[in-house]
Design a protein around this ligand. Structure first.
Ligand code: RET
Length: 246
C-alpha cells in the first residue's frame, strides 16, 4: 500500500480537509467577506471529498485501456471555476470576464477528458484544443483582468497579482504532467502520476486558499483601521508603487 495511488489519494484527502480550516475560521471571523470565504472553503472542501473517493477507488473508469478517475475530473470541473471566481471577486471584474474565464476553463477540462478517452491522432488534437483554451484563460488573467479590475485597495491588487501568478505557474504544469503520464507518452506510472498531481493540487488549492485567507485577513485589518480612524481611505494610483508591478 505504501507509495500506492490509494496512499497518495488518502494524503491528499487529509491535506485538503486541513486546508478547509482557514476559510472556515475566516467565515466566523469576517462576516463582511462571507462569499469570499465560502468560495475558498468550497475549493478545498470539494477536493477533500474527491480525494477520499479516489483513495477508495470509487469512480475509477477504464477507458481505451486506461484508468480515468471520475472524481478527479468532477473535482476540477467544480473547483477550478471557484478559484477563477475568487480571483474575479478580488478584482470586481464583472460577469463578462468571469464567463470568458469559466468557458475557457471548462473547455480545456472537457477536451482533456476527451483526449484521455479517445485513441490516436484525435487524442492529440483534443489535447492541442485544450492547450489553446488554456492560452485564452492565461491571456484573460494576465492581460485583460488587470485592465478591467477595480481593486478595493492596493493590498487587494497585490493579493490578486500574487494569487494570479501562483495560479498561472502551477496550472501550466498540469498539461506537462498529462503528457508524461499514462494519458500521454507514459513516462510516469499511475502511482507516480497520482503523487505528482496530488502535490500540484495541494499547492494550487490548499496553499492558494491559505494565502488568500491570510491576504483577506490583512484587508480586513485595513478596513478596521480606516473605520477606527473615521477616515475615508484614499487609494493610491496602481502605478504609484514601482516595486509591486506584475
Ligand atoms: C489538461 C489536458 C488538456 C490540456 C490542458 C490541461 C490542463 C489542465 C489544468 C488543470 C488544473 C487543475 C487544477 C486542479 C486543482 O486542484 C486537462 C491536463 C491545458 C490546467 C488547478
Amino acid at each position: 500500500m505504501i507509495g500506492s495511488t490509494a496512499t497518495w489519494a488518502a494524503i491528499g484527502a487529509v491535506g485538503m480537509a486541513l486546508g478547509t480550516l482557514p476559510p472556515l475560521w475566516g467565515l466566523g471571523n469576517d462576516p463582511e467577506r462571507r462569499t469570499h470565504y465560502l468560495v475558498l472553503a468550497g475549493v478545498t472542501g470539494i477536493a477533500a471529498v474527491a480525494y477520499a473517493l479516489m483513495a477508495f477507488g470509487i469512480g475509477d473508469l477504464v477507458v481505451s485501456g486506461r484508468v480515468v478517475s471520475l472524481p478527479r475530473y468532477v473535482d476540477w470541473l467544480l473547483t477550478t471555476p471557484l478559484i477563477l471566481l475568487f480571483l474575479s471577486l478580488l478584482g470586481n471584474t464583472g460577469r463578462g470576464s468571469l464567463t470568458r474565464l469559466v468557458v475557457a476553463d471548462v473547455t480545456l477540462l472537457v477536451l482533456g477528458a476527451v483526449a484521455v478517452a479517445v485513441p490516436g491522432t484525435v487524442r492529440w488534437l483534443a489535447f492541442a484544443g485544450g492547450l489553446a483554451a488554456f492560452g485564452v484563460l492565461v491571456y484573460e488573467l494576465y492581460a485583460r483582468i488587470p485592465r478591467l479590475a477595480s481593486f478595493s485597495s492596493e493590498r487587494a491588487r497585490i493579493l490578486f497579482v500574487t494569487l494570479r501568478n501562483l495560479t498561472i505557474a502551477l496550472w501550466t504544469l498540469y498539461p506537462v504532467v498529462w503528457v508524461l503520464a499514462p494519458s500521454g507518452i507514459g513516462l510516469l506510472t499511475r502511482d507516480m502520476t497520482m503523487l505528482v498531481v496530488a502535490y500540484l493540487d495541494l499547492i494550487s488549492k490548499a496553499a492558494f486558499v491559505a494565502l488568500a485567507v491570510d491576504g483577506m485577513d490583512a484587508l480586513a485589518d485595513v478596513d478596521r483601521g480606516a473605520a477606527a480612524a473615521g477616515a475615508v481611505t484614499v487609494e493610491r494610483a496602481p502605478d504609484a508603487d514601482s516595486g509591486t508591478a506584475d
